[in-house]
Structure formats: structure tokens, C-alpha cells
Design a protein around this ligand. Structure first.
Ligand SMILES: Cc1cc2nc3c(=O)[nH]c(=O)nc-3n(C[C@H](O)[C@H](O)[C@H](O)COP(=O)(O)O)c2cc1C
Ligand code: SF4
Length: 519
């Protein structure tokens, strides 16, 4: 009997040796005359267990991890194909506490299916959302998205239904759907995981969007640092076209939806939607002033729906189960689930998709299991490089757009980066200015010049200058950047800086440390 083995081809698993494991397994099976079928999947998102190998047994899939090529022989000796005992045996992945406590709506297929098989996707409820959208028509599809309460997962949390409605109502000869897959935030990887592990969820979501807003062409603007995601997406697009769910006459509806992957230009600012559109049109990524908003005048001057990967990827589930079912998850005005990405100095990093409302403490302690270094947690930066550093005293904040805003923070794209007590928060504040100075598009003065002056002032403080004057200058500078910047790049750089100053003031007085440094 053929034994089915699943092994991720996700970039993280590959980085940790998945290809070597695949080769060792194929070689060993051949030498032993074993009949195996190796299915390459995406990742389940338990990064510390990668490469996580799974085998199909009568009790369901049994997982082993982290598997190295050198473990293959001993695994086979221990009866791997029947789910036998071994020191790397994890058991059924869905019973692992890290996964069992999650509510996977968007990611329920990721790590389970063959990412480029339309048949496998359909066998796991795939394309039911698009079928429903084609049945109910554009206005009812947009209503379902509005009813779900979905807000943009790219960072700003703008209501997705309002944006879709604006593009649907816009009059034009052509409209476009653009997916923002630039994923530039530090500590984030959910877009990549989905594109590598379950690309049809994104493709289906974008096709539903095309049908809803009246666009026959879509682009995925993908960061160039994601070659594996690019390969998987292109293979999935070709498979979708062959299967008749993409391209001409989608699912026999008479509607066309053509999709292309375009590689990004390697700058953080190209993730900002207007800069992205400039880049997609073949120009340098410089921010456009708004209005006009892209929903009315976007790509090539036409109404354009720009959404993040995770926003589009939430839509198939919403159409399949109904907007109300999605809205039943979450708290306050943050409805549905948030794919949280836990990274940095943490024991168990990975992808946690769960309803809004979970606290930062639960994320870091219950899921993350504390720091990898074993030292106490001191800070967590939530929401990417423009997000606030929260001290332990704020860890009971629920993951909710409004609760984070009330504490001068942001949920952003759901990235959580953990730091232990060896972190120097003054250096982190300097890093925020440095990052902005390097990544600024240069269009407006508060950001272009302000970030450089901020870095210089932090250098004076770090060199031991009494902090009162530099800190006053930095606070002034932050006010100017917040109020005067054209986009959120310059406008939000003060968030990490001011949170570091507010919550960790002890790190900013270097003058008293000088004698120590001189010893
Ligand atoms: C400096 C900067 C970088 C950004 N980078 C990204 C990014 O990498 N991915 C993303 O989806 N949105 C990013 N955004 C947000 C986009 O401008 C935009 O809000 C988003 O694509 C809209 O999609 P959504 O409503 O689905 O979130 C960035 C914004 C700024 C100001
Ligand atoms: S804030 Fe910075 S990135 Fe944004 S437009 Fe101004 S210079 Fe460009």
C-alpha cells in the first residue's frame, strides 16, 4: 500500500533543510523498497518544529519535527509510515496546543493541502465562495463583505466593504484589482505563508473581488525577496486557468478575470499603496498625494481596488459561510480573525490565527512560551517597524484596533516581535529614525530631513550627552513628523520612538553610564 507523506515546501522549512529531508526520504524509501507518495505542502506555522513531516495513518496525520536529513533512517526504523513512536513524534498536528487553541478560518487549508492542486483545494471547500458570489451577484457580494466587518489587514484597518463599494460604484471603461503582497513589516510572514501554502485562497478572493467591482484584470505586487511564493503563485495561476476557475469565462460565468504576478522593487515604501501603483506602472516608488484615492483613480488612472493578501484571503470564507458568521468572531469594531505573526526572541514562534480580543500576554506567554533566551520578556513591538514598543505592563491589551490605538499603539499587519531584558530601548528608538531615513521616498521634508535629524540627535544622546536637550528636540521633531508628513511612513515613525521614551525612560539617560563605559 502506498504511504502518503507530507512535507512543507515553505521558505522557512526549506531554510531549515526540508529539501535535504525530501532527498533523504526518497533515497531511503527506494533502498528499502517502500512505496511512498511525497506531497509538498505549505507550513502549519509552528516554525520551531520545521521541517514538520506528517504521515497519513488510520488515526489521521501524525507529525514529526523538527526533522533533519540525518533523522530519516531512525524514523523509518521506528515505523514512521505507521505513525510509530520516536523522540521527534509530535502526534496529530491539530491536537498540538499551539494549533488546537487557534480559530483558523483563512489558514484552515495551509499546511494541509497541495498548494498548486485545484482538485485538493476544491476537496477542502475551495471555490465555494466564488460560486456563491457568481450566484448572488456583485451588490450582494459587496454586502456580504460589508456585513462581515472585515477591515484591511495591511495595516490601516480600513473597512474593506466601503472600499469595495466605492470601486463597484465608480464609472470607468476599465477597473483593476491589485493585491499588496509587499509584506515589508519586520517580523511578518503571514502573506508569504499563505501564498506558498494556499495560494488559491488569495486567487479566489481576488477573483471574487474582480466579479464584485467589475474588474477583468488583477495584479499581485509581490516583494522580490519571495522567490518561492512567486513560483508557487505562478504555478497556481496556470493551474487555475487550466481548470477554468481563472482567466477567460471564469467557472462558465461569462466573466473574465486575468491575474498576473509582478515583482516589487525592493523598497519598504513600495508597500504604501500609491507608491506601489507608481512602481506597478514602471516608475520609481514615490508616494502620490491623496485625493484622488486609488479606489477612484488608481492604476493607469482607473478605479483600483488595492487590498492586502490577508484581506482578499478572508473573502472566500466570508462568501462561503456568510458575512454574519465571520462577524461572530472578534470584539468591538475588530471583527473576524487576525493572523498574528509571533517572532523575535520567543521560544515558539509562528502563525496564530485567532479571533480579535486575545491579549498580547496570551500571545507571548501561552503561545510563545516566553523568550528563547530564557531571560524575562521586556518589550514587544506590535505592528511592524512603525508600531509601538509595549512594556510588560501593557501586555493585557487585547488585540483590537481601538484598544491598541487608545494606548498609542497599532495592530498593523499583526506582527509581534518579542525582546528580552537585554534590549536597549534607546538603540531601538535610534533604529526607528534610521529605518525611516533609509526607507523614506523623499517626497516630503518632515520625513526626509526629520528622520536624519532624529538619528543624529539620538547619536548625541547615545554618546552620553545629558538627555534633557536631545529628548526635547526629539519630542519636537516627532510632533512635526506626525503632523506634517504626507504618508504614514514619516507620520508613524514617532510611534516607536515615543513609546520607547515613554515606557522605558531609564534607557535614555546615558550620561550616568559614562564612568562605567570608561572603566
Ligand atoms: C510605509 C508603508 C508601507 C506599507 N506596506 C504595506 C505592505 O507591505 N503590505 C500591505 O498590505 N500594506 C502596506 N501598507 C498599507 C497600504 O498603503 C494600504 O493601506 C493597504 O495595501 C490597503 O489594503 P488593506 O485595506 O487590505 O489593508 C503600507 C503603508 C505604508 C504607509
Ligand atoms: S512621509 Fe516619507 S515616505 Fe511618506 S511621502 Fe513623505 S517622504 Fe515619502
Amino acid at each position: 500500500m502506498t504511504a502518503t507523506i507530507f512535507l512543507p515546501r515553505d521558505a522557512v522549512a526549506i531554510g531549515l533543510g526540508a529539501e535535504r529531508v525530501a532527498e533523504a526520504l526518497t533515497r531511503a524509501a527506494l533502498a528499502r523498497g517502500l512505496d511512498i507518495r511525497l506531497v509538498r505542502t505549505g507550513s502549519r506555522g509552528m516554525v520551531w518544529l520545521e521541517p514538520l513531516l506528517e504521515v497519513e495513518t488510520p488515526e489521521g496525520r501524525i507529525a514529526y519535527g523538527p526533522v533533519r536529513a540525518g533523522d530519516v533512517e531512525s524514523l523509518l526504523e521506528s515505523g514512521l509510515l505507521a505513525g510509530g513512536a520516536h523522540r521527534l513524534r509530535v502526534g496529530r498536528p491539530e491536537d498540538h496546543p499551539f494549533l488546537a487553541r487557534q480559530q483558523r478560518l483563512t489558514f484552515h487549508r495551509c499546511g494541509v493541502i497541495d498548494p498548486v492542486s485545484v482538485a485538493d483545494y476544491r476537496a477542502h471547500r475551495g471555490y465555494r465562495g466564488l460560486a456563491r458570489a457568481l450566484e448572488i451577484g456583485a451588490p450582494a457580494t459587496v454586502d456580504a463583505v460589508t456585513l462581515s466587518g472585515l477591515r484591511g489587514r495591511g495595516g490601516a484597518g480600513f473597512p474593506t466593504g466601503i472600499k469595495w463599494n466605492t470601486v463597484m460604484r465608480a464609472e470607468a471603461d476599465r477597473k483593476y484589482v491589485v493585491c499588496n503582497a509587499d509584506e515589508g513589516d519586520s517580523g511578518t510572514f503571514a502573506d508569504r505563508m499563505l501564498m506558498e501554502g494556499d495560494p488559491f485562497t488569495l486567487i479566489e478572493g481576488m477573483t471574487i473581488a474582480g466579479v464584485a467591482v467589475g474588474a477583468a484584470r488583477g495584479y499581485i505586487y509581490l516583494r522580490s525577496e519571495y522567490p518561492n511564493a512567486c513560483e508557487t503563485l505562478r504555478a497556481a495561476i496556470a493551474a487555475g486557468e487550466r481548470a477554468g476557475v481563472l482567466g477567460r469565462n471564469v467557472m462558465g460565468s461569462g466573466r473574465d478575470f486575468h491575474l498576473e504576478v509582478r515583482l516589487g522593487a525592493g523598497a519598504y515604501i513600495c508597500g504604501e499603496e500609491t507608491s506601489l501603483l507608481e512602481s506597478l506602472e514602471g516608475r520609481r516608488g514615490i508616494v502620490r498625494a491623496k485625493p484622488p484615492i486609488p479606489a477612484l483613480k488608481g492604476l493607469f488612472g482607473r478605479p483600483t481596488l488595492v487590498n492586502n493578501v490577508l484581506s482578499f484571503a478572508a473573502v472566500p470564507w466570508i462568501l462561503d459561510h456568510g458575512g454574519e458568521a465571520y462577524a461572530a468572531y472578534g470584539m468591538g469594531r475588530s471583527r473576524g480573525t487576525l493572523p498574528i505573526q509571533l517572532a523575535g526572541n520567543v521560544r515558539q514562534g509562528g502563525l496564530i490565527e485567532t479571533a480579535f480580543g486575545i491579549t498580547l500576554r496570551e500571545v507571548i506567554e501561552d503561545f510563545g512560551g516566553g523568550t528563547r533566551s530564557g531571560r524575562p520578556v521586556r518589550a514587544a513591538q506590535v505592528g511592524g517597524p512603525l508600531g509601538a514598543y509595549f512594556p510588560e505592563g501593557l501586555f493585557d491589551t487585547p488585540m483590537d484596533y481601538e484598544a491598541f490605538a487608545a494606548r498609542k499603539g497599532l495592530v498593523g499587519h499583526g506582527g509581534v516581535v518579542v525582546f528580552d531584558d537585554s534590549v536597549d530601548m534607546a538603540r531601538q528608538a535610534r533604529f526607528a529614525f534610521e529605518f525611516c531615513a533609509v526607507e523614506s521616498c523623499g517626497k516630503c521634508t518632515p520625513c526626509r530631513i526629520g528622520a536624519v535629524r532624529g538619528r543624529e540627535t539620538m547619536d548625541r544622546l547615545l554618546a552620553g550627552e545629558a538627555p534633557a536637550e536631545p529628548l526635547r528636540l526629539i519630542e519636537d521633531l516627532c510632533e512635526v513628523m506626525t503632523d506634517g508628513s504626507l504618508c504614514a511612513m514619516g507620520g508613524l515613525t514617532p510611534v516607536p520612538v515615543m513609546s520607547a521614551i515613554t515606557h522605558f525612560p531609564e534607557d535614555f539617560d546615558r550620561s550616568s553610564r559614562l564612568p562605567l563605559a570608561a572603566e
